[in-house]
Design a protein. Structure first.
Length: 486
């Protein structure tokens, strides 16, 4: 926990209400997000019990497995879930736009967005995808043809959730924690009811009082994916027995509806709170990457692409890790440059500073290393009260021009001298506006919004023997299709 987040939590305790830690919204919110609240059977890793799902706050669809240990009922549940999710996903895949680039290409105009209550919901979604994408639609124990297709899409969305800044599959508790600090621990923030109680307490209550009420499992059932043990032992067990005796799922449905509907209300409350924040400047670019990936996955499945394997090869795993690291680096930098409250974290840590320009040598020219001709390299002197824990030679990025590269030349007391290296036009002198002027308030940080460059890696067929050699072409097997649910 950083100094600023600790301070914000302390303020929340003092004021009895969550404190904002962002001035803008750092994730995309679809016009019609798909809210998905799954429940699973306690003690069974991937046995679905129920789900409340839909894009209309007033019209959720309840899906139930009246006996979750029954394999046929579980896969009937997945087929019913596919009836809801696949039209939503495939409908978005059918509308494209032309992206004007060096080589124009077609991209989906929108992409699916799945909202789940917490990280447990993301993990369970991933497990559902893994448990269904290999299933056969013929032979012994066939499933409905929509089930493996849904499994592939759930796997895709779960993998996108691992990339920082992606908005394809979002945990509501994480989204809220990104914008508000409560007076409880980060572990307690995993409870959606108590987290929202701190952010928007009911009239007449402060955050701690509202959170105490929200901790009652009778009035605020857990947001899943597991149910409360008291509910399992006192309600669910008898409802399942009634189904086995009578064949009617009515009692099970009503019992599970009582557990899911409070969370459904909380999810849409969270959506409304997030919508009240203006969208950050770089959100649209990150959502465009989600749409790019969605377009590629749509094309891959249309061409009959195999389900993703359980384990990546050595090269594909290295590429994936590098891409994850690049996405995280870019996301942290973009959030900081988009939002002064986020930038404060870096300023307090000494990795960024803000101040007033007190001197500018705009006519300075030097011969850069490895060059033979002099080039403009203006010096800008900034007075700052921030603690600067950077050394000369460190490269910095300006909040005014994130493509412009600068470096520290000298730090003396509260004065920082930086050298501007590019983005000044092609003339012998810097173009107007390309270099700060005396009196400007500027901010520089040791952050890279571009995400850096991926290291050079061999092709898959050139995997060295130290990493297992070239992998065999992946073909789904019966062993994949027989993967257990638990």
């Amino acid at each position: 926990m950083s100094i600023m987040s600790s301070y914000a939590r302390a303020l929340a305790v003092q004021n009895g209400r969550a404190q904002p830690v962002a001035t803008v919204r750092h994730l995309h919110l679809s016009a019609t997000p798909m809210v998905f609240i799954p429940l699973k059977l306690a003690g069974e890793a991937a046995a679905p019990l129920a789900a409340l799902v839909g894009t209309d706050p007033a019209n959720p669809r309840l899906l139930v497995v009246p006996q979750p240990r029954n394999r046929d009922l579980r896969f009937a549940f997945m087929a019913e879930l596919a009836e809801v999710l696949l039209p939503y996903i495939e409908g978005l895949a059918g509308v494209t736009e032309t992206v004007e680039a060096k080589t124009p290409y077609e991209r989906c105009a929108d992409a699916p967005q799945l909202l789940v209550p917490n990280r447990g919901g993301i993990a369970f979604t991933k497990l559902l995808g893994r448990s269904t994408r290999f299933r056969r639609t013929d032979g012994p124990y066939p499933v409905h043809p929509s089930v493996p297709v849904l499994g592939q899409w759930l796997t895709f969305l779960s993998e996108r959730a691992e990339y920082a800044g992606s908005s394809a599959l979002v945990s509501m508790t994480d989204a809220l924690a990104l914008h508000w600090a409560t007076g409880q621990s980060s572990m307690e923030d995993a409870n959606l009811a108590t987290q929202l109680a701190w952010i928007a307490p009911p009239e007449g209550l402060d955050g701690p009082e509202a959170a105490l009420v929200a901790e009652d499992p009778l009035t605020s059932p857990p947001a899943g994916p597991e149910t409360h043990p008291d509910f399992d032992g006192q309600v669910l067990e008898y409802a399942i027995q009634a189904f086995e005796t009578s064949g009617s799922a009515a009692q099970v449905r009503e019992a599970l509806r009582s557990q899911l509907e409070p969370t459904w209300t909380l999810m849409w409350q969270g959506v409304r709170l997030l919508r009240e924040l203006p969208e950050a400047a770089t959100v649209e670019a990150r959502w465009a990457r989600d749409r790019d990936q969605f377009t590629r996955e749509t094309a891959r499945l249309a061409e009959g692409g195999f389900p993703r394997g359980r384990v990546d090869g050595a090269v594909s795993a290295a590429i994936r890790l590098a891409d994850l690291e690049s996405a995280l680096q870019a996301y942290e930098a973009q959030r900081a440059f988009d939002d002064p409250l986020v930038m404060i974290e870096h300023r307090v840590a000494g990795k960024a500073f803000s101040g007033e320009v007190v001197a500018v040598d705009a006519t300075r020219r030097i011969v850069p290393a490895g060059k033979t001709r002099a080039a403009p390299r203006p010096l800008v002197t900034i007075r700052t009260s921030d603690p600067v824990r950077l050394s000369p030679g460190r490269r910095l990025v300006s909040s005014r021009n994130r493509k412009q590269r600068t470096e520290i030349v000298d730090i003396t007391g509260d004065l920082v001298v930086i050298q501007v290296n590019d983005q000044m036009g092609r003339g012998a002198t810097p173009a107007p506006g390309s270099v700060p002027e005396v009196g400007d308030v500027v901010c520089y940080a040791e952050l890279d919004p571009s995400g850096g460059q991926r290291p050079r890696l061999p092709a898959g067929e050139d995997t060295p023997w130290t990493h297992g050699g070239p992998p065999e072409p992946y073909v789904p097997t019966d062993e994949d299709a027989q993967e257990a649910w638990s």
